[in-house]
Design a protein around this ligand. Sequence first.
Ligand SMILES: NC(=O)c1ccc[n+]([C@@H]2O[C@H](COP(=O)([O-])OP(=O)(O)OC[C@H]3O[C@@H](n4cnc5c(N)ncnc54)[C@H](OP(=O)(O)O)[C@@H]3O)[C@@H](O)[C@H]2O)c1
Length: 306
Amino acid sequence: MSSSKERVFVTAASGNIGSGIVRGLVKKGIDTTAYVRDEQKAEDMFKDEMKTGHLKFVVGTYSSIDVFTKAIQGHTRLFLLVAAAGTKPTAMSEIKETFAKIAFEQGVRQIVDLSSAFVTSYGRKGIIGYIHTAAEEKLWKLADENPEQRSLVVLRPGSFMSNHFMHDVHSIKDSNIFVSCGLPSSPMTWIDTKDISDCAVAVLSESVEKHDRNVYDMGAEKLSNEQRAAIFSKVLGRSIVYKQLSMEDFYKKVTGSGMSHSFVYHFTMVASKDICETTTPEIAIIIGRPLRTFEEWLRQNAKAFE
Ligand SMILES: NC(=O)c1ccc[n+]([C@@H]2O[C@H](COP(=O)([O-])OP(=O)(O)OC[C@H]3O[C@@H](n4cnc5c(N)ncnc54)[C@H](OP(=O)(O)O)[C@@H]3O)[C@@H](O)[C@H]2O)c1
């Protein structure tokens, strides 16, 4: 891709995935706009990238439509990620539809959407499946209104390894356990957000035609709860144990921490079913290396669990 003609707009640019995309694009010399809520935070995050002259910031939110409409002008590609946890179930699809419609109307030729493996495995079943399926449906409809001009690529990742920073990190640090309500043998398919960022960077920097209308499911490693406990024990050098709660106790514990009924019910459902149908080693074709294992991720982040 010619960096003189292309300019990529990255939403959620200060998040796990967005920040990796910004760094990856700038490293390739591609002019990049990072859409952020807090400019100071962004300046602290992207000190090196700012020095290259390839990065600019636009300060805005999912609600500041006027800011987005003006800022997207002159861009050819858009990475679209909406973090809508805690909002109404229709919020993600409404925001994505609004942003995508404006982007396509302003001349963006390719949108790379961050969805979820739940869409492949469950469709609308479970609230996360509903949220992402509804959003995808609106994006596909917009893209298909003008297929010659509008390209859409959807990334559907499995469970993020970084989810361990939300709850498990505390129980592992405090009492060497992590809890859920699945059987010790229940599997879950994990993915490092770095792999998601790298896949998005490849798609956003290669020809629009190459990836047009692909859906990339992304799952690196299928691990049971007891296999995960064994990897934690090996890497941290102390015994970490998986503790299975009853569904009722799990539901009470997590709703007690403030999560809504719909999300906790969803997590209770998938605790024994897994998020991905299969792992996807074929993503190596796109990113030029194998997907990262859970052990690799944990070795890099072990300090957080000490
Ligand atoms: N966790 C999983 O296992 C999993 C699996 C599949 C798909 N997903 C999907 O992955 C996405 C989360 O990705 P992530 O981990 O990269 O997110 P993240 O690290 O939590 O980052 C969220 C980003 O969104 C920004 N943001 C939050 N509210 C905003 C608003 N109102 N306006 C503008 N920006 C806003 C945040 O800005 P600040 O930095 O200012 O806070 C941050 O840059 C969600 O769509 C989720 O459904 C998650």
